[in-house]
Design a protein around this ligand. Structure first.
Ligand code: GLY
Ligand code: MN
Ligand code: MN
Length: 431
């Protein structure tokens, strides 16, 4: 792994913090049961600045005339490494990850007050982890206790998030390359699920196909996958994935691979038996047209919300065509009449987090898109069964989700899983 993008980011942040000092701890390990942990996942901000994969680590950036980036991490430990695996230890971590200095995490509470003394501003992710808020408050008190020795504690505490979020919002080329890989693996996984799907299978059997494709490329699920047969697709956060797939229904899969920390986020909806019914196809084509309209509204200088507005217009017209809504189009949009069938927004930022860092509005205005921003485009229609819904439409839930990067000319779609009715029916043919 090249350390230069991480170094560049630390240098940028050092400029931003001026004479201040910044602290960014990684995530704690999480217990799953008794002495067994969840698979470890680093904190995304910490990773963005370090590329360092181990728990119990902290980046400290000391600004000023001679800026320094410091890593605190676990010591090497012969016995623990036999049980738990390799640890870099401060010495190897410093050189491998390009830090100016590295110390044992056990020294943090004694060393950090020394670094903090006589700094005007302490930057950290205030409230991000109560244990760290407490630890940093204790360090501030140590410095305050040295007032008679002439030491001054920072008077200003600032939230690092705003600065880091703004940096993370515009992806660099190094990130774009990883995001393309995450998208490629995820696209292949969705295609694999389509090929494997047979009526009577359990939803979790399709989940297993996705997991197989992710793991064979070294990835993991970026979020709990949704495999929702039939009307389960109308439950937006359905993750049980434990029901059989009925022949006449659709199945909605929302799943994304995380690779080197970066998430892809794809949704595909396809017929369990490989052929769309006329009604399923009608709804599908509306959602697909909504996505195409949303793509066309993504370009530098356009507002974040324009893609959503473009999708909503097509979806609302579609609901009128399906006779689920009646009335004047602008009026229906104004009244948000579509919300019974489309209750979420069309996009979110995508990166290290599946719902990535970055503002959506600043000063009350929707953010203006710039090249390098990365977002999902995920219109859907969810027609739950109800007395006033025609039988052929009842229980149809469709979402189509792809990942795009804003480019100088408009947007580039990272994700390539089969998507048109023809593509899906072709890949699902068993003859
Ligand atoms: N998979 C989460 C989302 O689509 O936002
Ligand atoms: Mn999404
Ligand atoms: Mn999704």
């Amino acid at each position: 792994m090249s350390v230069s993008p991480f170094l560049t980011r630390r240098q940028r942040l050092l400029k931003i913090i001026g004479d201040g000092i910044a602290v960014m701890p990684t995530a704690p390990e999480a217990v799953r049961n008794r002495d067994t942990h969840h698979p470890y996942r680093f904190d995304s901000y910490f990773w963005y600045l370090s590329g360092f994969p181990e728990p119990e680590a902290v980046v400290v950036l000391v600004g000023g005339k001679r800026p320094k980036s410091i890593l605190f991490c676990r010591e090497k430990h012969e016995e623990r490494e036999i049980w738990e695996g390799y640890r870099y230890g401060p010495k190897a971590a410093r050189t491998t990850f390009g830090f100016d200095a590295a110390y044992s995490i056990a020294q943090f509470d004694s060393k950090f007050p020394e670094l903090l003394a006589d700094r005007e501003t302490l930057w950290h992710t205030v409230g991000g982890d109560p244990a760290w808020d407490k630890r940093l408050a204790a360090a501030l008190n140590v410095v305050r206790g040295q007032a008679r020795a002439g030491k001054e504690a920072p008077r200003v505490i600032r939230d690092l998030r705003a600065e880091l979020d703004a940096m993370r919002l515009i992806k660099d080329d190094f990130e774009a390359e990883i995001q393309q890989r995450a998208a490629d693996i995820t696209s292949a996984a969705h295609a694999r699920a389509m090929r494997a799907c047979r009526p009577g299978m359990m939803e979790y059997e399709l989940e297993a196909e996705l997991t197989h494709e992710f793991r064979r490329h070294g990835g993991v699920h970026a979020y709990p996958p949704i495999v929702a047969g039939g009307a389960n697709a109308c439950v937006l956060h359905y993750v049980e994935n434990d029901k059989p797939l009925a022949a006449g229904g659709l199945v909605l899969i929302d799943a994304g691979c995380e690779i080197a920390g970066y998430a892809a986020d794809i949704t595909r909806t396809f017929p369990v038996a490989g052929r769309f019914s006329a009604a399923q196809k009608d709804v599908y084509e509306i959602v697909l047209a909504a996505q195409t309209a949303a793509f066309a509204a993504i370009a530098p200088g356009r507002r974040f919300t324009e893609a959503h507005e473009a999708a909503v217009r097509v979806l609302t017209q579609g609901l009128v065509d399906l006779k689920l809504l009646a009335g004047d189009l602008d009026n229906l949009i104004e009244k948000e009449a579509y919300r019974r069938y489309y209750m979420h927004r069309t996009s979110h930022w995508l990166g290290l987090d599946v719902h990535d860092a970055g503002d959506y509005k600043t000063g009350g205005q929707w953010v203006t898109l710039q090249a390098g921003m990365t977002l999902t485009v995920e219109p859907g229609l969810y027609i739950g069964a109800a007395a006033d819904i025609p039988a052929e439409l009842a229980g149809i839930g469709i979402r189509i989700e792809d990942d795009v990067r804003v480019t100088a000319a408009g947007c580039a779609v990272y994700t390539t899983a089969p998507k048109t009715v023809a593509e899906i029916e072709e890949i699902m043919r068993h003859d």
